[in-house]
Ligand binder design. Structure first.
Ligand code: SAM
Length: 262
């Protein structure tokens, strides 16, 4: 940030806006927009931004639905934690016509977008939790008893202990035979693999029209704003919290999906 914009006092002290400061003010406003969720995209711009950022974004959701269709076609209650703008639930609603979907997310702005997306869905089919992270879900244990929990690309923002708590809560919320499907950004096993992965990720985003500065900012979030585990670490964590069946579901570039049955 330019030095003179480091405090609002600068503008007040001069009593008027400096003639050549309009551009800087716009720059300032643009850069000071408060993030309304943990992703690099504002909630209202998320649906477009995420498709320019995450390779195979839609495939990830198709795989999630497909595995649930096989393991729990009878699901009565499906909790989507970290639901974002509600895309997964929108896709799953017609596939599971008897299921009630519960949507949770810590970001109020994301929940609002999800409500907007699902506004025409009959009330008995969906329920929104108050803003809540996965690690707080046990406070809803009396309210909902899901047989399926999905957490798609939403726990990689957390530090290890918080992430363990999130997975533990998902395990505790499920009854026997319940399934957790989770996708995350993942870390390659070697530093060369990380370089290659990040370079491919950069090209993916640039080819889809993201600005170089936005792409660089996004890649700078690796291990600073999101903290990817390796595939084996995910498998170990799911086993450690007590899931009986733990499997890699899907893996490509720097995203992977897992399912775990209690
Ligand atoms: C990349 S978006 C994924 C949204 C959605 N699942 C999807 O597939 O589009 C990440 C979401 O995780 C939410 N989130 C961040 N920390 C979380 C946590 N500890 N527990 C649950 N959700 C979290 C964010 O608010 C955001 O909506």
């Amino acid at each position: 940030m330019p030095k003179e914009f480091s405090s609002v006092g600068w503008i007040k002290a001069r009593g008027r806006i400096h003639p050549n400061s309009l551009g800087r003010l716009l720059w300032f406003a643009g850069h000071m927009t408060q993030a309304d969720n943990a992703t690099p995209h504002q909630a209202a711009a998320y649906d477009k931004g995420v498709r320019q950022t995450i390779p195979f974004y839609e495939e990830i959701h198709r795989q999630t639905i497909d595995v649930v269709k096989t393991v729990r076609p009878d699901v009565e209650c499906w909790l989507d934690t970290g639901c974002g703008t509600g895309y997964l639930v929108e896709l799953a609603l017609p596939v599971f016509p008897k299921t009630q979907f519960v949507l949770g997310d810590p970001s109020e702005a994301m929940l609002k977008q999800a409500m907007k997306r699902l506004k025409d869905v009959p009330q008995e089919r969906i329920k929104f939790l108050q803003p809540i992270p996965s690690e707080g879900l046990l406070s809803c244990a009396g309210e909902i008893a899901p047989q399926v929990i999905t957490s798609i690309l939403c726990h990689h923002y957390s530090q290890p202990e918080q992430r363990r708590q999130a997975i533990q809560c998902c395990h505790q919320m499920l009854g026997g035979g319940g399934i957790l499907v989770t996708f995350e950004n993942v870390a390659p096993s070697t530093s060369r693999g990380t370089e290659i992965g990040l370079s491919r990720w950069k090209r993916y985003q640039l080819e889809r029209g993201r600005e170089l500065s936005a792409v660089e900012e996004h890649l700078g979030r690796f291990n600073t704003k999101f903290f990817p585990l390796r595939v084996e670490e995910h498998l170990d964590l799911l086993k450690e919290v007590g899931f009986q069946v733990v499997e890699l579901l899907w893996f490509s570039q720097m995203q992977a999906g897992f399912y775990a049955i209690k």
